[in-house]
Ligand binder design. Structure first.
Ligand code: 5GP
Ligand code: ZN
Length: 113
């Protein structure tokens, strides 16, 4: 756990969140400022700052992030209508430096790209 990391605090239960899925490796929770009808985040419990810092030892858990994202998306009713975004670095729009996968789903119009 990283002391100054807001997602580590959410994982530790020190900051409340709307949890959608949890196991020993992973947490999925609703984004506090949703940008789509369904918007949640999936994070490894291990603190990794950003996608570019993922190492070979993390391959399994990052694959699980993708798989659990699909499972939760299905539960949220957007099995066949969601986008996956990982921001990497402040210039890309990353604000929280604990690697997280955004799932954005349920829009009824196409995305710009
Ligand atoms: P980033 O821009 O770093 O890829 O995305 C960070 C995301 O985390 C944003 O969509 C933001 O709304 C969300 N977020 C930031 N702080 C909190 C929080 O305390 N709780 C929850 N549930 N989401 C948060
Ligand atoms: Zn963290």
């Amino acid at each position: 756990m990283m002391d100054d990391c807001i997602f580590c605090k959410i994982i530790a239960g020190e900051i409340p969140s709307e949890k959608l899925y949890e196991d020993d490796d992973i947490l999925a929770f609703k984004d506090i400022a949703p940008q789509a009808p369904v918007h949640f985040l999936v994070v490894p419990k291990k603190h990794i700052s950003m996608p570019a810092d993922v190492e070979e030892v993390d391959d399994l858990v990052m694959g699980k992030v993708l798989r659990i994202g699909a499972q939760v998306a299905k539960e949220q009713g957007v099995a066949d209508n969601y986008r996956v975004i990982f921001n990497n670095g402040a210039k890309s729009g990353q604000v929280v430096f604990h690697v997280h996968m955004h799932i954005l789903g349920g829009k009824d119009k196409p995305w710009p790209m």
